[in-house]
Structures are given as structure tokens and as C-alpha cells.
Write a protein that binds this ligand. Structure first.
Ligand code: KG4
Ligand code: ZN
Length: 348
């Protein structure tokens, strides 16, 4: 099994990790959340500058924490798409430079492929095929993982991503950024049945509803209306009850679709990936539904749900073992479909 050093700078975490044999030898994650918090969201230029200032330190720390020398590193990987272009460029340029300097193979990695393989850190024996429920700040998809590099999107959101809905609802409730962790925490003391909120089904022209696609914009609007009603009344805003009811609705909607999709396609394992995989209610609902239908559900370790380089190294290791490497001319791309992942590599 190769030892890979990976760099992740696609959004607001500067992260460097070294992974061997699906085991994390070191993981450095420097979060920029505090820097962006006053703005209520990520400011791209500020993110790029923070990455520039932190990336060299994170690389040095990663080697030191893992007690690894450059001679022991078999390849260098960096996230190259999708994400904020300026932010991606920092990690990508650092990765390519190190590959040139130390004469190591280089691999560009698709950020979402990293989230898919974060579950390898929970179960190192996991192998495709399996279903991935990818729920992050920018994406909500049900992905059929056929083989490393070969993916089919079976379901997705028609509007907001799950994490985006958490962030927007948190903003409506004046809870700050990022919204997911604070809504999750407040939900623990709220009544999840306090408010009936719409699940956001997608109607089919032929009648009935789409089995796998979701929509969170209606749910978001329902929370906004509810909040406005309370603000216009004399009653205080029951924030924990609204948070718990919202979280329950999202968890139920995602669980129903993921389980239906796994059963329809005869996939026995569902691996969850992305920041929203940290959500406690989603974890409970998926585990209960999986037990009922004899499915296996895998979550990454909590610290590897949100953005990190260990998951990027896991994805890179899969490609490295198949002889895939990327040219040093590889550029950063803000958008890239997961089905285009193989465009990043030259076959051996
Ligand atoms: O995967 P990620 O770190 O970045 C992207 O690739 O987008 O996901 C970040 C998203 C944010 O929207 C954040 O609010 C959400 O994950 N998140 C959560 C939780 N922790 C993070 N959402 C719900 N519950 C959580 N515990
Ligand atoms: Zn992510």
C-alpha cells in the first residue's frame, strides 16, 4: 500500500494529511471559520490568502506529526476541483511544486471523490460497489460507486444542498455560520414534532413523486414563514423546536431516498460523506432504517465528515494503485461533474 501526502484547500479549511493503507498517519486541519464568521459565510479572496499563509506550515506539521520523511512518500495529491478556484489553486500549486521538487508522482483529486472514500477510514475493507449519500455544503447526491473513478448520480437535490439549507436556516434564526453544528446542538433540547414542515417531494409529470431527488427550498421557505409568524406575534421564537423540526425533516427526507435507492439497485452498503454526515439525527434515522432493511450504513469518523485532506489521500491512493497519475499541467476547476473524474488522470 502506498503512502500518500494530500493537500485540501477547496474552501475554508487548509488541510494536509498522510495516509497509508487506509490508516491516517497524520492529519492537520486548520479551519478558517473564525476568519469568515463576521461575514456570515466564506469570502473567496480571504480564503485564498489564508491558505497561502497556512499551507507551508500545515505541510511541515503533517510530516512532523507522522514522523515521515519525503523518502517515505510515494505520491503527492491535491484537490483540484470543484471548489473556489483561488483557494484550490493554492493547494494544487503547492502539491505540484512538491511533486516536481521531490520527483514524486502527482495526482489531482476531485473533492467529492474524497468525501466518498472518507468511509474507508471507518472500514478499511470496504470495496465498491456501494451507494454513497453525499451531503455537503454544496452537494446532495446519491452516487452509485461502481468502481474507483466510475460513478453514476442516481439522485440529487433540485435546488439547495442539505448543508446549504442548514446554513440558511441558521442565518434566519440568527445562529451564525456554519449552521449545521449549531442547529444540531440546539436540536438536542428541542421537540422535533413541534412543527410539521414540508419534506420537498419532486412531482413527476407522469404522476407520483421522484424516488431519489430532493428539494430543500420549500422547507427553507416554510421555516422563514414560521419565523416571521413568531416575530409578528407576542410569542418568543422557539429556536430549539424549530431547529429540531427542521433537522428531523431533512434527516427523514434523506433517509427515505437513500434506503429506497439502495434497495432498488440491490446495493447492501450505504456510505455517507460530507459535512452533513456529522448530523446526529441523520445518523440515527439512517441506522434505524438500515437495520430494518438489513442494509449496512457507514459514516466517516466525525472529524473526517467535514473537509479534510485524509479523505483526499484515500481517494488518491485508490487511483495511485491503479496506475493513474495527473499531468503537472493540471489546472483548478470550480465545477466538475463526478462522472468526469477519469479526465484528471493519464493511465499508466
Ligand atoms: O463537506 P463540507 O465540510 O464542505 C463542503 O464540501 O461543502 O460541509 C460543510 C457543510 C456546512 O453546510 C455545514 O453547515 C454542514 O456541512 N455541517 C452540518 C453538521 N456539521 C457540518 N450539517 C448538519 N449537522 C452537522 N452536525
Ligand atoms: Zn467538502
Amino acid at each position: 500500500m502506498p503512502t500518500l501526502l494530500a493537500i485540501e484547500t477547496s474552501c475554508d479549511e487548509t488541510s494536509v494529511a498522510i495516509v497509508r493503507n487506509r490508516q491516517v498517519l497524520s492529519s492537520i486541519v486548520s479551519s478558517q471559520i473564525a476568519v469568515h464568521q463576521p461575514y456570515g459565510g466564506v469570502v473567496p479572496e480571504v480564503a485564498s490568502r489564508q491558505h497561502v499563509e497556512t499551507v507551508n506550515w500545515a505541510i511541515a506539521q503533517s510530516l512532523e506529526q507522522g514522523q515521515i520523511t519525503w523518502a517515505e512518500i510515494d505520491g503527492i495529491a491535491a484537490t483540484c476541483a470543484p471548489g473556489l478556484v483561488g483557494a484550490l489553486l493554492i493547494g494544487l500549486t503547492a502539491g505540484k511544486t512538491l511533486a516536481m521538487l521531490y520527483q514524486k508522482p502527482f495526482l489531482g483529486v476531485h473533492h467529492l471523490e474524497g468525501h466518498i472514500y472518507a468511509s474507508y477510514l471507518t472500514d478499511p475493507s470496504l470495496q465498491p460497489p456501494f451507494l454513497c449519500l453525499l451531503v455537503s455544503g454544496g452537494h446532495t447526491s446519491l452516487i452509485y460507486v461502481k468502481e474507483c473513478g466510475y460513478y453514476e448520480i442516481l439522485g440529487q437535490t433540485r435546488d439547495d444542498a442539505a448543508g446549504e439549507a442548514f446554513d440558511k436556516v441558521a442565518r434566519m434564526l440568527n445562529l451564525g455560520y456554519p449552521g449545521g453544528p449549531v442547529i444540531d446542538r440546539l436540536s438536542q433540547t428541542g421537540n422535533a414534532q413541534a412543527f410539521a414542515l414540508p419534506e420537498g417531494q419532486i412531482s413527476l409529470p407522469t404522476g407520483g413523486y421522484h424516488r431519489y431527488d430532493t428539494s430543500f427550498s420549500g422547507l427553507k421557505t416554510a421555516v422563514l414563514r414560521l419565523t416571521q409568524q413568531f416575530q409578528q406575534s407576542e410569542h418568543p421564537l422557539p429556536i430549539p423546536d424549530i431547529a429540531a423540526s427542521f433537522q428531523e425533516t431533512v434527516a427523514k427526507a434523506l433517509t427515505k431516498r437513500a434506503v429506497a435507492c439502495a434497495l432498488d439497485y440491490g446495493l447492501t452498503t450505504i456510505a455517507i460523506g460530507g459535512g452533513v454526515a456529522a448530523n446526529s439525527t441523520l445518523r440515527q434515522h439512517l441506522q434505524a432504517a438500515a437495520a430494518k432493511h438489513s442494509l449496512r450504513v457507514l459514516f466517516p469518523p466525525l472529524k473526517f465528515c467535514t473537509d479534510n485532506a485524509a479523505m483526499i489521500a484515500c481517494a488518491a491512493a485508490e487511483h495511485f494503485q491503479r496506475g493513474h497519475t495527473s499531468p503537472l499541467t493540471l489546472g483548478a476547476q470550480s465545477r466538475m461533474a463526478i462522472s468526469d473524474v477519469m479526465k484528471l488522470y493519464d493511465a499508466a
